[in-house]
Design a protein around this ligand. Structure first.
Ligand SMILES: [Zn+2]
Length: 196
């Protein structure tokens, strides 16, 4: 009975903010974020409140770096969970493809975080000509971005918790793109041949 009531309360949280700052689901990742106005990313599709949370989390990680992939790969998870608008924007198509490739390198190909991040900027120059493309194709984003978003990292303070939630975030962001995993893996294999 009480479980049912908790569930109902959670379902209403996005639409009916209660006490404190109002929240809304981010237009990109769907995480519950503060309903604020302000700057957002020029082409990633993120609500200002989500962009604000992301900035805060990353600033904390720069000041007090975590072990593992989080400091190197937050941008990959964030980008692929805010992939809307890519059909109209070449930069967004490139962003989605390159960040999916980097996440896949990390999670499925056993690349060390530093190494996977270091080759991110060379990905387009290496892969596109070798697969006969002049530009990245449009990959239709998943309808659901996965259960873990940057909003789950807001307010997480202990190092161990941050590392484990960040790991779940990366897995969640990658898993949501299952429909495109096969093509992304072919691109990672091309990149591996040049930058093993
Ligand atoms: Zn978001």
């Amino acid at each position: 009975m009480s479980m049912q009531m908790d569930g109902d309360a959670m379902e209403q949280q996005g639409a009916v903010p209660s006490q404190g700052s109002p929240v809304l689901p981010c237009a990109g990742c769907g995480g519950l974020v503060p309903d604020v106005s302000g700057p957002a990313h020029p082409y990633m599709q993120a609500s200002p409140g989500c962009w604000q949370i992301y900035g805060g989390v990353v600033a904390r990680w720069y000041a007090d770096p975590l072990a593992g992939p989080a400091p190197w790969h937050h941008v990959d998870a964030y980008a692929v969970q805010h992939a809307g608008g890519a059909q109209h924007d070449r930069r967004q198509r490139q962003s989605v493809a390159v960040h999916l490739i980097t996440l896949c390198s990390l999670l499925e190909f056993g690349q060390r975080p530093e190494a996977a991040a270091a080759r991110r900027g060379r990905t387009s120059d290496v892969v596109l000509p070798r697969v006969g493309l002049s530009d990245w194709p449009y990959l239709e984003p998943p309808r659901r971005q996965g259960p873990v978003t940057i909003a789950d990292l807001d307010g997480v303070r202990t190092t161990a918790e941050q590392e484990s939630v960040a790991a779940a975030w990366f897995e969640s962001a990658w898993a949501a793109w299952a429909e495109h995993h096969a093509v992304v893996r072919t691109w990672v294999r091309v990149l591996q041949e040049v930058h093993p």
